[in-house]
Design a protein around this ligand. Structure first.
Ligand SMILES: O=P(O)(O)OC[C@H]1O[C@H](O)[C@H](O)[C@@H](O)[C@@H]1O
Length: 548
């Protein structure tokens, strides 16, 4: 396998970047009055504006060459064709099949593994999920004491938590208000404590969500919740207050959850790509089957766009290539995710798993060490909160941080008059990052305000904004199920594009295993800690907890 650094396009990009160094975003905009039009792309009514990145036609041309050199089109065909693209676990990655069913308009794409269509099992499970959700939402499914279920507690972690939690908050405007939803992920008893302190056992339904059904944190929380419920309502009540979502029927049965109350998915759905599967049960309960199908439809439409649109107009391709440009050619180590939508406040955390668990890899698909950078650090927070916290660093810090601004045009809150302010802030931030404020302007302003010459001289560098800091804006007409589904699918495929250029497998996560093993060994007291730091901290733990 050729290393990406050996492609002629990669080498040309290095030379090209060196030449571009003096070019500013201000000069690029000044030279091309149609820059917004020329450097934006659309998927339906979703707009990707990448004009405020330091790229020219030549840059984009070379990046598309790089995509071709890296075999992106062939890799994409393999992904959609159900090939075992997760080569270290010998599995396909067919989360797109979960959103293809024709029942919600579908996208006309067919998905098969080893020649076997997966649609029938996907549709069957989706129907079961939707029927169950309807029963709960309409009150036909009751708790053990005959009371209606009013509170859903999803117990899961990682991909069995972040996606559903993101969407349930993201679609707050679509939730009827009949059900309260909570998510317990952390093994810290404080998390379960917090949620159970506001739960009424007779009206609470627990979803134990775990692909493997062996994840230690989830099992500990599920056992504690079960004990809590059995303590309040008796052991027999567990049956009507616990459902499971998993691929592991044996473990679900062993835990004591009725297999009739288990919803399934398959090993070809990665944890961080699973919100579209039965892992989305909490979403279906929150917004109802119809809107869940709209969410799937938005993602399905993006799948088709990614599969079929030419590279130069393909949003996930452009997003992935820009990430490669910033990471490998500009040397930027992190990327900020800035949703100007409070309901998307969990998006940075969700994308941390999607991007960093997928592409935080140091060996190639073949197991050779990479000699190029892979995933940047992903971080961020909902605007405008971040502006009053870390934007100082974005504007004047020592290293530029490429930012993704996610904006919505139409507001669905009860206070729509504030939306204009939110939107204006998002636009202002990306423009301020791009164009800054020169020392000349700063000192002229201070002089005009009557400041003394020595004060002007002293403060000018502090008040200068260098500008030329890249950002991309994704504009959604509105935050509804369809557009949120589309947004997430855009990022999923973007991650695949970057992984393909970097020649890494984005679908495994071996890096999470060692810590799990070591925690288990410490808990079991096996062998004792080998290093003085761990041993010293353990001894203090014992002393502080008065065990010794
Ligand atoms: O759904 P589960 O099997 O419980 O897994 C939950 C999470 O834990 C694992 O350690 C992985 O890091 C994640 O990719 C996964 O989503």
């Amino acid at each position: 396998m050729t290393k990406p650094t050996e492609f002629s396009s990669w080498k040309s990009l290095i030379e090209h970047q060196a030449k571009l160094k003096g070019t500013t975003l201000a000069s690029l905009f000044a030279a091309d009055p149609a820059r917004f039009k020329n450097f934006s792309a659309t998927f339906g009514d979703v707009v990707l504006d990448y004009s405020k990145n330091g790229v020219s036609d030549v840059t984009m041309g070379l990046l598309f060459d790089l995509a071709r050199d890296a075999g992106l089109e062939e890799a994409r065909a393999k992904l959609f064709g159900g090939a075992r693209v997760n080569n270290t676990e010998n599995r396909p990655a067919l989360h797109m099949a979960l959103r293809a069913p024709a029942a919600h308009a579908g996208n006309g794409l067919a998905f098969a593994i080893d020649g076997k269509d997966v649609a029938p099992q996907v549709e069957r499970e989706l129907d079961l999920l939707c029927d169950f959700a309807d029963e709960v939402r309409m009150g036909a499914f009751k708790g053990a004491t005959g009371k209606r279920i009013r509170h859903i507690v999803n117990i899961g972690i990682g991909g069995s938590d972040l996606g559903p939690a993101l969407i349930v908050d993201g679609l707050r405007a679509d939730i009827g208000g009949k059900l309260q939803l909570d998510f317990v992920s952390n093994v810290d008893g404080a998390h379960l404590d917090l949620v159970l302190s506001r739960a009424v056992p007779e009206k609470t339904l627990f979803i134990v969500a775990s692909k493997t059904f062996t994840t230690a944190e989830t099992m500990a929380n599920a056992k504690a919740a079960r004990k809590w419920l059995a303590g309040k309502l008796g052991e027999a009540a567990v049956d009507r207050h616990f459902v499971a979502v998993s691929t592991n029927i044996e473990a679900v049965t062993a835990f004591g959850i009725n297999p009739d109350r288990m919803f399934r998915f398959w090993d070809w759905v990665g944890g961080r790509y699973s919100l579209w599967s039965a892992i989305g049960l909490s979403i279906i309960l929150a917004v109802g089957p119809h809107k869940f199908r709209d969410l799937l439809a938005g993602a399905a439409a993006v799948d088709r766009h990614f599969a079929e649109a030419p590279l130069t107009e393909n949003l996930p391709v452009i997003m992935g290539l820009l990430q490669v440009w910033h990471r490998n050619f500009c040397g930027f180590g992190s990327q900020a995710i800035l949703p100007y939508a409070q309901d998307l406040w969990r998006l940075p955390a969700y994308l941390q798993q999607l991007e960093m668990e997928s592409n935080g890899k140091r060996v190639t698909r073949e197991g050779q060490p990479v000699t190029w950078q892979t995933s940047p650090v992903i971080w961020g927070q909902a605007g405008t909160n971040g502006q009053h916290a870390f934007h100082q660093m974005l504007h004047q810090g020592s290293e530029p941080v490429p930012c993704d601004f996610i904006l919505t045009a139409r507001d669905r809150s009860a206070f729509p008059e504030q939306h204009q302010m939110l939107f204006a802030n998002g636009l202002a931030q990306s423009a301020a990052l791009a164009f800054g404020k020169s020392a000349e302007t700063v000192s002229a302003e201070m002089k005009a305000a009557g400041k003394a010459a020595d004060e002007v001289a002293f403060l000018t560098p502090h008040r200068t904004f260098p500008g030329n800091r890249p950002s991309t804006t994704l504009l959604l007409p509105v935050l509804d199920p369809y557009h949120l589904g589309a947004l997430i699918a855009l990022y999923e495929h973007k991650v695949f594009v970057a992984a393909t250029i970097w020649n890494i497998n984005p679908f495994d996560q071996w890096g999470v295993e060692l810590g799990k093993e070591m925690a288990n060994a410490l808990l079991a007291g096996k062998g004792g800690p080998a290093d003085s730091s761990t041993a010293g901290l353990m001894a203090l733990y014992d002393r502080y907890t008065h065990r010794k």
